[in-house]
Design a protein around this ligand. Sequence first.
Ligand SMILES: *Cc1c(COP(=O)(O)O)cnc(C)c1O
Length: 399
Amino acid sequence: MTRSSSDRPRRDWRPATQLVHGGTARSELGEMAEAMFLTQGFVYETAEAAEARFKGEAPGFIYSRFSNPTVAMFEERMRLLEGAGAARATASGMAAVLAALMCQLAAGDHVVAHRAMFSSCDYIVTELLPRFGVTSTLVDGTRIENWQAAMTPQTKVLFLETPTNPTLEIVDIAAVAEIAHAGGARLVVDNVFATPIFQKPLALGADVVIYSATKHIDGQGRCLGGVVLSDEAFVADHLHNFLRQTGPAMSPFNAWVLLKGLETLELRVERQARTAARIADRLAGHGKVSRVIYPGRADHPQAGIIARQMSGGSTLVTFEVADKAAAFRLSNALEIIKISNNLGDAKSILAHPATTTHQRLKPELRAEFGITEGMLRLSVGLEDADDLVEDLEIALEVV
Ligand SMILES: *Cc1c(COP(=O)(O)O)cnc(C)c1O
């Protein structure tokens, strides 16, 4: 691998430029598109060279569980986009969450988390970590005083997602970061719903950011991936060795797909959010829709925080019809919008959280989280906005 001087940004490139060129490291062949290095390992010229590389005295790759040239390009492009000190890719978003938490926690530590979490994150915090002596407290994180009240001398990590799934509630990242730091803890933010285009948790005071690259970063429903971003010290002291020794590595093939996804990330997310805003406005004026939740609308209950911490709305719209039967009738009547559970895809996708992503929750807990039987979560794709509006309006007629 060589890195010509033009590969190294001498100026601070703006995000759209980083998304296309950031992190590119060309081989001596000078290929235009990023090369895919489907290799488990690397050959050393001499025994001495192998020794030096293993000792960390010479640069270079050793083994793809540790690092791989294609994966390294993806990590560097993500690092530049996020404005982080260091980035590490993982096999999936959940591998990123698990690594970000496990690498810094030990028996006796305590975690405080916003109660509305992606269900696998909830499993890690409330079921898995306690088996290893890490206790947790779940709070309604939209009320800042609840974070403070849950802090103990053992609290090491505060964890949250914002906007949340599926009710698109907002948590004030800067305020929670302040509480975390005052208590000697770190704030970890799952930034999947906001995307790196609309929200920069590190700039707001968070210590670690994670993504499921499966969502908007691929954006075309092809492969799984994840990434953890933080400062160099956190990666060097905690994450690096954890990933190297436990092995949730991203495949070079997936890294290549995701690098190509990043090239169009901003275009896609901005177009999806524009269409989502339009759909939200149309649904809000529809007689059969009782409620619309959209972070870009003035009637979002937390519009003030959104204006402070997000630079765009969302590619998702959540809305409510009368009940489960109405939600199912609407879902089944759609022609373009697919019934599925991914999000951030080029294809528009509708999910009924109460019977799919959140069916594991007890009904009382679903009610407490505001997830009703008539609630639907729409991930807006890249189709023509008018076609999507028509698809929904025609389907709403049968509700
Ligand atoms: C999808 C998702 C994850 C998990 O990502 P995978 O790539 O499916 O493992 C974690 N958090 C949020 C908010 C997600 O939407």
